[in-house]
Design a protein around this ligand. Structure first.
Ligand SMILES: C[S@@+](CC[C@H](N)C(=O)[O-])C[C@H]1O[C@@H](n2cnc3c(N)ncnc32)[C@H](O)[C@@H]1O
Length: 234
């Protein structure tokens, strides 16, 4: 099993419904805060179940939700199929989007599941789809020095504030015994330092910067904002 297959099923990553709801609400609020105008065309790439996507869609002109997992897309269609401001896309359908048509692309908590080659490939696609003044925001990037223990502490703190501490503790135990742990041990997660991310984004034709606050609850991880750079402005 690889990471793509892993996400095409119900996973123990969320400790329960409350965790999932609070997580997706926080991420949706953070994405909504990035939307530059009510007309903006926004892509949430690797969106997962995006439980509050309707709120994000209400704040922009059009929301594209793209995820590799067919199961995730089926669930999105069930919930959001009737929302004319939302389009659900498989990764291979991204090329159908008009070039230079997006104002904002948000990628939250995906990079750890991509190889560096996959990341470079998709950066090229994202760059092509962004308007000249568009913005790419890549969030929840795991630095090399962040261990599963740091992630667990961040989750427990989120759970304490969110009132799901007991289920979070059980969830951590379930994850430790699950396929997630097995695949992490076999394939690993991709980690990047701040300097590596800046270099990768520059190589891909972006002007990047680290943003102080990470999207979501885990402030040990990093967010980067990047604008496409064109040869004339190099
Ligand atoms: C950790 S979840 C993050 C979901 C959401 N962005 C969030 O912040 O909660 C990772 C998601 O990325 C999707 N994914 C995995 N590999 C992908 C790829 N190569 N391209 C697009 N999506 C991918 C998975 O199906 C899963 O829904």
């Amino acid at each position: 099993m690889n990471w793509r297959d892993y996400w095409n099923q119900d996973t123990p990553i969320y400790a329960g419904e409350r965790h999932k709801l609070l997580h997706y609400r926080l991420v949706a609020n953070d994405i909504a805060g990035l939307i530059p105008s009510p007309k903006a065309r926004v892509l949430d790439y690797g969106c997962g179940e995006a439980l509050f996507a309707d709120r994000v869609a209400a704040r922009c002109g059009h929301l594209y939700l793209c995820d590799a997992a067919p199961l995730v897309r089926d669930r999105l269609r069930e919930r959001l199929g009737g929302n004319s401001k939302v389009t659900i896309l498989a990764t291979e359908e991204l090329s159908d989007l008009e070039d230079a048509s997006l104002d904002l692309i948000v990628v939250n908590s995906l990079l750890q599941y991509l190889s560096l080659d996959e990341l470079r490939t998709v950066l090229e696609i994202w760059r092509g789809k962004l308007k000249a003044d568009g913005k790419l925001v890549i969030a929840d990037v795991v630095p090399p020095d962040v261990s599963p223990v740091t992630d667990a502490k961040a989750l427990l703190s989120f759970a304490w504030k969110g009132g799901f501490l007991k289920s979070a503790m059980l969830g951590l135990a379930r994850t430790a015994l699950s396929d997630y742990r097995k695949i992490r041990d076999e394939i690993g997660l991709s980690h990047y330092s701040e300097a590596e991310m800046i270099e990768i984004l520059r190589d891909a034709g972006f002007a990047p910067e680290r943003v102080e606050r990470n999207l979501g609850h885990n402030q040990a991880r990093m967010t980067f904002a990047a604008r496409p750079v064109f040869p004339t402005s190099l």
